[in-house]
Design a protein around this ligand. Sequence first.
Ligand SMILES: Nc1nc2c(ncn2[C@@H]2O[C@H](COP(=O)(O)OP(=O)(O)OP(=O)(O)O)[C@@H](O)[C@H]2O)c(=O)[nH]1
Length: 409
Amino acid sequence: MAEDNRGFFKGLLKKLGVGSAEEPVPADEDAKQEGGSGQASTAEEQQVPVQPQQQEQAAPVAPPEPPAPAEPARTPWVEPSAPASRPAWHEPAVAVPPPPEPEAAKPSFFERLKKSLSKTHESIVGRVDTLLLGKKQIDTDTLEELEEILITADLGVKTTVDLIRTLEQRLKRDELQDGEALKKALKEEIQLRLMAHAAPLVVTDKKPFVILVIGVNGVGKTTTIGKLAARYAGEGKKVLLAAADTFRAAAAEQLELWSQRVGADIVRHKEGADPSAVVFDACKAAVARGTDVLIIDTAGRMHTKVNLMEEMKKIRRVLTREIPDAPHETLLVLDAATGQNALSQAKLFKEAAFVSGVVLTKLDGSAKGGVVVAVSNEYALPVRFIGVGESVDDLREFDPAQFVEALFQ
Ligand SMILES: Nc1nc2c(ncn2[C@@H]2O[C@H](COP(=O)(O)OP(=O)(O)OP(=O)(O)O)[C@@H](O)[C@H]2O)c(=O)[nH]1
């Protein structure tokens, strides 16, 4: 640093009452300096991030020479890593759940569901409308074309074949005289299949009621847990979250933000810790604190069925040892926007992890919402909730009649 700059900063620091105007010294070097202990300004003090008021005071006083070109304009003792717009003492850089919209500005849930399903509506009902345009009569050729539409709209081969067989029988019984009758029959048959497996998640008064949340990474597990925690805390229940996804520090941070936001407790360990150890501690804490609902976040990075089964077995072993009939619900989270991938994940997890219910997220903006019908019908799994956005109240209990109505309107 130029001599005259040194003089300037010395004077400036004196004015601000910061102490000695020596250049910042790294902490480990400071320890090596002789006679440093009695000084008013240690290296540590100089490297503490500047408080906003100090920055404001220092800003108007320009140094006599412009700073070196590579350096951003800042006073010398500001943390080099601190971005100008986001000081170093801010929250960790993980996705912060967006706050709920003000009630008055929000359309009803049915309206939002309809909007969320608009692309799926186009890919099923829109194409069926085009198929039926100008058709005076429904015949087996029409049903063959319908079959293709349903398969490509992610209803799954098994469900589609089953639907078409039923429609053929109804055609034989003369129930499908025109396009409108066919559309009505299709809507009824889809609803029937969804209703056959529908069942809401009933949180009993077992203390704690344990929900184990599984699914591959990125499908929306953590967000779903946050939304569920908000729901149960809102009902006056005491909620504890277990951050057993220890693969990524950000996953636990994200869960912690949700816990703070909804007023739930959290048990988390360091990144890379054994997920079963987190589950063990969470069970102990839940029992000791009289928790009503314990929700466990897990990592979905088991690439093979064998790995997945082993990890799940281990977690379950720990769980049942601590809370004999836990988990009371094993909730598989699937990203609806991944269509057929979601269907394959349902198959893998159902076989490996004793899934008892499903959450379909990201229905908003996806054309692949037909997968809801496929997952429920092909694997006989109840869809407990659907996610139609990132906000806290964008997770709703699945209602087959409402879903089909919103899809066909
Ligand atoms: N549009 C939309 N986005 C969602 C929904 N649910 C979750 N997300 C978003 O999906 C992204 C991934 O969600 P996470 O909750 O982090 O997913 P995860 O499964 O926990 O992922 P890992 O922590 O990587 O295992 C985030 O940006 C969420 O905000 C939904 O219903 N709709």
